[in-house]
Write a protein that binds this ligand. Structure first.
Ligand code: ADP
Ligand code: MG
Length: 559
């Protein structure tokens, strides 16, 4: 297999067009683009505002089965489908998330797609890109500094220093900073207290930037961040210490979507990157809504499997931004079906049609779940070279029994030429006008019932278990006016249940709620159902050990 090129080798050989030409394809004039070098540009807020009132294109969600170590290829398929739609004559924009530095140097796996379905420049995209994450880090830490400073100078707001709810962030996997004591060293350094760091993608500022419609909305939401509580438990907001204005200033440029291109010179927006557990896991609303004004089709991705990613895309992002998706693509692989059917990772090379059939139950439930939102579904089988004809047929036959279609896609190996059939099917579904999108639950539903609805309808659990303190907390937030917020489930991505080892389509399980957190600025209630890591660590052999600059100054080892 010496002729199989790595993602970075393929990306480096790309024949990129100047970014102004990519913008021109979308009718964006040069003065509305702020180039960052030759192959990246931000789109100005003024141009975006001027698109108001124009008709929207069609919105396609790419989601997936529960991830397995075998790899599914959601981003690869999102990029491939965007190229495929352009190939069949539809003007399409791909919208994906920006990458965090943490996973880049930790476990292998880029954020720009793979094979011949990639966004370029992938090196930039996986590293500093246009500095958005650095801006988010700065805005977040400005607020942290202002909180300690407020207390230092007399604590006029009477913040209970034991109940500060705002940590610090850094865009790095660094377990040493998870739990720290700050302000040591004497009176001049403030009041010592326990604190800690999260990774930047877990910052509420990230979620806020990704859900804001414009700069005004951004400022309002930043002001609504709860930074801590007083002794009487009343919340103290970021606006109470006048942090919102300066934070908005730091985020002014980061709020503008980034335009890049695919390997086939089609436009892609890469913007925002919230965690998919304690946040909603989708690219920014402003990138998606802007893309809808500029293209016939917008293809976007949601993180994790459809039980988390698609549910949050529909119930949080679409609900809040008034988006109406026209079709959904569920990515599955024969390898993942096999793993769901009990095959070990090392044995995936051997044909096992029976295991594929068994593992299809996981896919089947996702298909039926997505239909519950009223959105038409097609399954994309992301082809791996080890797949056999009989295994592929088994997946297709199974999906047919659900009244849907599974289409074999070879975009990873062939680019847009390998995904034409899926592109045509997506067009057929989207243009049929069959989408009757509506979120799973109404705003008015009590918070606990929202959790139960997701647990029962999407996870197929029997019950949600929560002790009194959790229920009382939810009740208190309802009393304070937060009852209409959607819930943001933080659950393992590997299973429909809260047990990561339970593959397939489990039933009869329960969903224990450990903790609930209010993200008042982002506008959702986070429901924590297991161990959720907001500051990852690095593995014993981090991928950074293989990353270096070669003699020509090219980056090696980055995927
Ligand atoms: P996800 O978005 O689901 O996390 P990605 O699209 O980022 O997955 O793909 C993860 C990795 O798998 C990438 O390195 C990509 O090159 C690889 N990959 C994706 N599809 C295929 C395929 N069909 N064959 C081989 N490798 C693939
Ligand atoms: Mg991805």
């Amino acid at each position: 297999m010496a002729d199989v090129k790595s993602d970075i080798e393929i990306a480096r050989a790309a024949k990129k067009q100047p970014i102004l030409e990519i913008g021109a394809k979308l009718g964006i004039p040069p003065e509305a683009l702020l180039p960052y070098g030759h192959d990246k540009a931000k789109i100005t807020a003024g141009f975006i505002a001027a698109q108001k009132g124009k008709p929207d294109g069609r919105l396609i969600l790419v989601t997936a089965i529960n991830p397995t170590p075998a790899g599914e290829g959601k981003t690869t398929t999102t990029v491939g489908l965007g190229d495929g739609l352009n190939r069949i004559g539809r003007k399409a924009i791909t919208c994906i998330r920006e990458a965090s530095l943490g996973p880049c140097f930790g476990v292998k796996g880029g954020a720009a797609g793979g094979g011949y379905a990639q966004v370029v420049p992938m090196e930039d995209m996986n590293l500093h890109f246009t500095g958005d994450f650095h801006a988010i880090t700065s805005a977040h830490n400005l607020l942290a500094a202002l909180i300690d400073n407020h207390i230092y100078w007399g604590n006029e707001q009477n913040i209970d220093t034991r109940r500060i709810a705002w940590r610090r962030v850094m865009d790095m996997n660094d377990r040493a900073l998870r739990q720290i004591v700050c302000s040591l060293g004497g009176v001049a350094n403030g009041y010592p207290r326990e604190a800690g760091f999260d990774i930047t993608v877990a910052s509420e500022v990230m979620a806020i930037l990704c859900l804001s419609m414009d700069l005004r909305d951004l400022e309002r939401r930043l002001g609504n961040i709860i930074i801590g509580y007083r002794r009487d438990k009343s919340p103290v907001f970021a606006r109470d210490i006048k942090a919102d204005g300066a934070m908005t200033v730091l985020l002014k440029d980061a709020m503008q979507p980034n335009l890049v291109q695919t390997l086939e010179n089609n436009p892609a927006f890469v913007h925002g990157g919230p965690f998919a557990n304690i946040a909603h896991g989708c690219n920014s609303v402003i990138a998606t809504t802007t893309a809808l004004k500029l293209a016939d089709y917008v293809v976007t991705e949601a993180g994790f499997g459809a039980d988390l990613g698609a549910e949050k895309f529909f119930d949080i992002k679409c609900r809040k931004a008034g988006l109406k998706p026209d079709a959904a693509v569920i990515v599955a692989t024969v390898r993942a079906m096999k793993m769901n059917g009990g095959v070990k990772k090392d044995d995936l090379g051997r044909e096992d049609v029976e295991a594929v059939r068994k593992g299809c139950a996981n896919l089947g439930r996702h298909v039926q779940n997505v239909k519950k939102f009223g959105v038409p579904v097609v399954v994309a089988i992301n082809h791996f070279t080890s797949d056999t004809e009989a295994e592929i047929r088994a997946v297709q036959a199974y999906v047919e029994t659900l009244g849907a279609e599974a289409i074999l896609c070879r975009h990873w190996a062939l680019g847009s030429a390998g995904i034409e059939e899926l592109a045509r099917k997506v067009v057929e579904l989207a243009e049929s006008g069959h989408s009757q999108f509506s979120p799973l639950y109404p705003d008015e539903m009590p918070l606990f019932e929202k959790i139960e609805t997701i647990a029962k309808d999407i996870y197929h659990a029997d019950a949600v278990i929560a002790d009194k303190t959790v229920r009382a907390q939810l009740h208190m937030w309802e009393q304070q006016g937060y009852g209409r917020l959607p819930v943001c489930m933080a659950k393992t991505q590997y299973s429909f249940s809260t047990d990561p080892n339970l593959r397939g389509a489990p039933t009869g399980h329960t969903v224990p709620v450990r903790e609930v957190r209010l993200s008042a600025g982002a506008g959702f209630v986070v429901v924590v159902t297991g161990e959720i890591m907001t500051m990852p660590g690095l593995p014993k052999v981090p991928s950074s050990e293989r990353i270096f600059l070669n003699e020509e100054g090219h980056i090696e080892g980055l995927f």
